[in-house]
Design a protein around this ligand. Structure first.
Ligand SMILES: Nc1ncnc2c1ncn2[C@@H]1O[C@H](COP(=O)(O)OP(=O)(O)OP(=O)(O)O)[C@@H](O)[C@H]1O
Ligand SMILES: [Mg+2]
Length: 457
C-alpha cells in the first residue's frame, strides 16, 4: 500500500540509509538527500506529502530550508529532526509552519507512528477542505452568492437555461444582479468561448442604438465615415445582453423583433442580409406587467420572455446579507492592507435590519466604505453611514412602539408654540418676544410644524 511520498533531508549518511530503508519497508516512497541545497532542488522537482528535515546541516540551516519550502508550497507537511539542544529552535520552527518535530535519537517505530498520525491528520484536513468547498459551491454560482431558497432556485434555473439556446428575460430592481446572472448563463453555456456582448439600451439615443446593434454602412448617415459592425455581428455564436430593454424606442423594437424571428438583419444603410447565431438575454428594472403592457410591443415581449428570471430584492433574502457582507469584506480586505477579521454582531444585526433600496450594489458600497473607516479589527456600527444607523434605530424604536427622542421633542415644541400663540391671540411679534426668539425663527418654526396663522383654539 502506497502510504505517501517522503523527502528526507539530513547530512548524516547512516541516518539517511536506515530511515530510508525502514520507511520504504513501511510502504512509503522515499527520496533521501544529504544537504539543504539538494533538498530544495529535490523538492522543486518532485512531489512530496511530507518532508523530514534536519535542523542542523553544514550548508544551509534547516530553518532556511523550511522557509524556502513553505514559500514554494505552504500546504506541505514538514517535520523537523532535532538533536539534543535544539528543541527550542524546533518550537521556533513550528511557529514558522513546521507541523511537528522529532528529537534524535528516535526509534524507527516512533518515526513511523508519527508519519501515520500525520497521514490521518492530512486526510481529515483534505476532507474538511473538500466539505467546505462543497458547501461554498452550494452557496455560489459563478460570481453569484446566496444560500437563500430564492437564490438556489435562480442557480437551478441558470443551470437549466444554460443547456439551451432559449431567449431569456431578467427582471430585477437596480443592483439585484441582472448582469451577473446574464454572465453566469453565458459562461455555463456551449457559447462560453464565443463573445458575451453587452448593450446598455437606455444610455443610447434611438439612432445610435440602431447603429450600435445592427452596424452601418459607410455614408449611411452624416458621420458614418466607414462601415461599422454592429453588436449582433460581434456576438455571433455567443450571447448578446440587451440591458434596459424597457427603454428602447418603437422603431428599434420592430427591427429587433425581426432579428428574433428570423435571425437576420441588414446594417443601417445596407442591403445585404446578414445571418447570425446569437442567444439573446435581455434585462429590465421595470416590473413584468409594466414591460408587457406599457414598454414593449406585445409581439416583441412574447419573443423575449421564453424564460423569465425574477430576481429577489436583497431585503427579501435577508439570510444572505451576512454571507454577502463577508464576501465583500474579503474582497476589499484583500485589496487593502487592513487586518479586519469580520463584523461585530451588532453591525451584522443592523445590516440585516436595513431595507437596502440599492440592493447588493448598495451593500457592496457600504462594506467598501466601512473597510476604509474601520480602525479596529472588526467593523463596528460606527463604521456604517449615519443614515443607515438612524433608519435602523428608528425602525427598532417603532418595533418596540417607542417614539424617537426627536419626534417627542418636536411634539412638545409644537404644543408649546400653540399655547403661546393662543395666549398672545396670534400676535406673532408678542409671541416671539415671550419665547425669546426672533420673528423670523418663530415664522420658520410655525411653518415647520404646519401651524396656520389662525389663532389656535
Ligand atoms: N448574488 C450576488 N452575489 C455577489 N455579488 C453580487 C450578487 N448580485 C449582485 N452582485 C454585485 O452587485 C453589483 C450589482 O450587480 P449587477 O450589476 O449585476 O446588478 P444589476 O441588476 O445589473 O444592476 P443595475 O440595474 O443597476 O444595472 C455588482 O458589483 C455585482 O458584482
Ligand atoms: Mg446592470
Amino acid at each position: 500500500m502506497e502510504r505517501g511520498r517522503v523527502l528526507l533531508i539530513d547530512d548524516e549518511p547512516i541516518l539517511l540509509v536506515t530511515v530510508s530503508d525502514a520507511l520504504t519497508k513501511a510502504g512509503y516512497t522515499v527520496q533521501a538527500v544529504k544537504s539543504g541545497q539538494e533538498g530544495i532542488a529535490a523538492f522543486q522537482e518532485g512531489s512530496f506529502d511530507t518532508v523530514l528535515l534536519d535542523m542542523v546541516m553544514p550548508d544551509i540551516s534547516g530553518m532556511d530550508v523550511l522557509r524556502e519550502i513553505k514559500n514554494l508550497s505552504p500546504q506541505t507537511i514538514i517535520v523537523m529532526v532535532t538533536a539534543y539542544g535544539t528543541i527550542e529552535r524546533a518550537v521556533e520552527a513550528m511557529r514558522l509552519g513546521a507541523h511537528d518535530f522529532i528529537a534524535k535519537p528516535f526509534s524507527l517505530d516512533e518515526l513511523i507512528l508519527k508519519l501515520q498520525n500525520i497521514t490521518s491528520f492530512q486526510c481529515i484536513k483534505d476532507e474538511n477542505i473538500y466539505l467546505r468547498e462543497q458547501l461554498e459551491k452550494k452557496y455560489h454560482f459563478g460570481n453569484l452568492i446566496g444560500k437563500s431558497d430564492r437564490m438556489q432556485e435562480i442557480y437551478e434555473l441558470i443551470r437549466t437555461v444554460s443547456a439551451t439556446d432559449s431567449t431569456v428575460l431578467i427582471q430585477g430592481e437596480s443592483g439585484t444582479g441582472k448582469e451577473l446572472v446574464a454572465n453566469a448563463i453565458h459562461f455555463n453555456s456551449r457559447r462560453k468561448d464565443a463573445p458575451f456582448i453587452k448593450v446598455s439600451c437606455a444610455a443610447l439615443s434611438e439612432t445610435i442604438l440602431e447603429s450600435e446593434l445592427f452596424g452601418h454602412e459607410k455614408g449611411a448617415f452624416t458621420g458614418a465615415v466607414q462601415r461599422k459592425m454592429g453588436r449582433f455581428e460581434l456576438a455571433d455564436h455567443g450571447t448578446l445582453f440587451l440591458d434596459e430593454i424597457g427603454d428602447i424606442s418603437p422603431t428599434v423594437q420592430v427591427k429587433l423583433l425581426r432579428v428574433l424571428q428570423e435571425r437576420e438583419f441588414e446594417r443601417v444603410g445596407g442591403t445585404k442580409t446578414i445571418q447570425i447565431d446569437v442567444r439573446i438575454i435581455s434585462a429590465t428594472k421595470y416590473n413584468i406587467r409594466e414591460i408587457m403592457t406599457e414598454r414593449l410591443r406585445e409581439d416583441l415581449y412574447y419573443r423575449l420572455n421564453t424564460i423569465v428570471f425574477e430576481l429577489p430584492l436583497l431585503r427579501e433574502r435577508k439570510e444572505d446579507i451576512p454571507l454577502l457582507a463577508k464576501h465583500f469584506l474579503n474582497e476589499f480586505r484583500r485589496r487593502g492592507s487592513k487586518n479586519i477579521a469580520g463584523f461585530t454582531s451588532a453591525t451584522l444585526d443592523l445590516l440585516e435590519q436595513y431595507e437596502w433600496p440599492g440592493n447588493i450594489r448598495e451593500l457592496k458600497n457600504i462594506v467598501e466604505r466601512a473597510v476604509a473607516f474601520c480602525r479596529t479589527n472588526k467593523i463596528q456600527v460606527a463604521d456604517l453611514p449615519r443614515e443607515i444607523r438612524e433608519i435602523c434605530l428608528k425602525k427598532k424604536l417603532i418595533q418596540h412602539q417607542i417614539e424617537t427622542l426627536d419626534d417627542v421633542l418636536k411634539a412638545v415644541e409644537k404644543e408649546y408654540l400653540q399655547k403661546v400663540l393662543r395666549v398672545t391671540q396670534g400676535r406673532k411679534g408678542k409671541a416671539a418676544e415671550l419665547l425669546g426668539i426672533s420673528r423670523k425663527t418663530l415664522w420658520e418654526k410655525m411653518r415647520g410644524h404646519q401651524l396656520s396663522n389662525k389663532i389656535p383654539c
